[in-house]
Design a protein around this ligand. Sequence first.
Ligand code: PMP
Length: 445
Amino acid sequence: MADLHGLQRAVAGVHAGKLAGDLAGYLESDPAGDLPGHLRGLFPVLAQHVNGAPLAYLDNAATTQTPLPVLDAMRDFELHERANIHRGVHTLSQRATNAFDRAREVLKRFVGAGPAHELVFTSGTTDALNQVAHGLSTAGAGPALLRPGDQIVVSGLEHHANLVPWQQAARRCGATLRILLPDAQGRLHAEDLKRLLTPRTRIFALTACANATGERPPYETLLALAASAGALTVLDAAQAMGHEVPDFGALACDFMAFSGHKMYGPMGTGALVGRRAALERLVPLRYGGDMVAWVTYADASFADLPARLEGGTPNVAGAVGLAAAAAFIDRVGRSRIDVHVRALRAHAASGLAAIDGVTVLSPATGSAGASAIVSFVAEGVHPHDIGTLLDEQGIAVRTGHHCAQPLTDHLGLGPTTRASFALYNTHDEVERLLAGVARATKVLR
Ligand code: PMP
């Protein structure tokens, strides 16, 4: 068994290299150990009481917590390398530029991007998806890719971030927005997509995991179908990156977006990964410094990718932290995390379904897919009241429409309560959730 105090002593050090080494030693000393094991000690925020009870943080689909090695990597950059990138001949600027470039390479490898692909740093998934929708619906040197009468197909499982930008793009270009609706269980079907695709379908946008229900659609198949019909394909990977990292290079995918704060990384960071040829088609959303090649008073020419889509000073410490989060996930083991969060989800889903009056959304996801999210409604009890009662017991869950109002409306359910799991959660916390919900439904009904 690994020595928790040794680990904590290591964590108390501020040197990132030393800490990374100690983390590796720690993981190797207990390679087959069950998660979360002592890894929980790397997340100090979890070691607190809320409303008199130990915090059970089950709101990871909104934001995961950040481990000390990630914070340490960012602190190390700020303490020793902070400078603006690309512009300076001085040593610190070059070191900062190197740190930024290294972070990009780490993340490209993490998502399986190859030489034909590029990764653009963004402030998150919303930013990345807006850049794509804007970039394809705005005229640049030539006309916009989207023309009147073209079709955009978006799945009905999407977060508002992968729907509203497409509504706006369609409006801007006179294109038609079509929705690939899920069935009553919240599942998407290839046959339905086949019926929607036409020679005028230019875009197909899909989530790798629905944040409101936990449904993990067969995105590999659906993206391939849309691509073979000639559409550009967009994957919102926000809810997958923390455990089931999509292999971008193996997908029929042109653009993939994700956020750092849902994969143990810093808030306000993220990326847009794309095929170079597809990224080249995006008209930039942000014009200014660092994204230009040559500027006169009258006009400008633009830099190559990725700089062309990264106007302005980027969040360099954030990029370093995001790469450290990817390295952390790989050190712990993607499949190990995935198995753990799916087991927690399955435990929670079966326990919740056994509570009188409770309906679990997308109930089979735990076995069929790779989701870390369970969403449910309780007859006659408002989710907000359940969330409040759980909070009184130190249990953090999310309630509401989860920024996917059309989906919860379509399923006829309205707001839901959502619990979502990360590598540091335990089966004891699931038991506390189940006891809390059972009590809440009795007290509140
Ligand atoms: N897509 C999905 C599936 C999400 O869950 C979220 C965050 N809840 C987003 C997009 C938006 O991510 P961000 O707020 O980090 O831009």
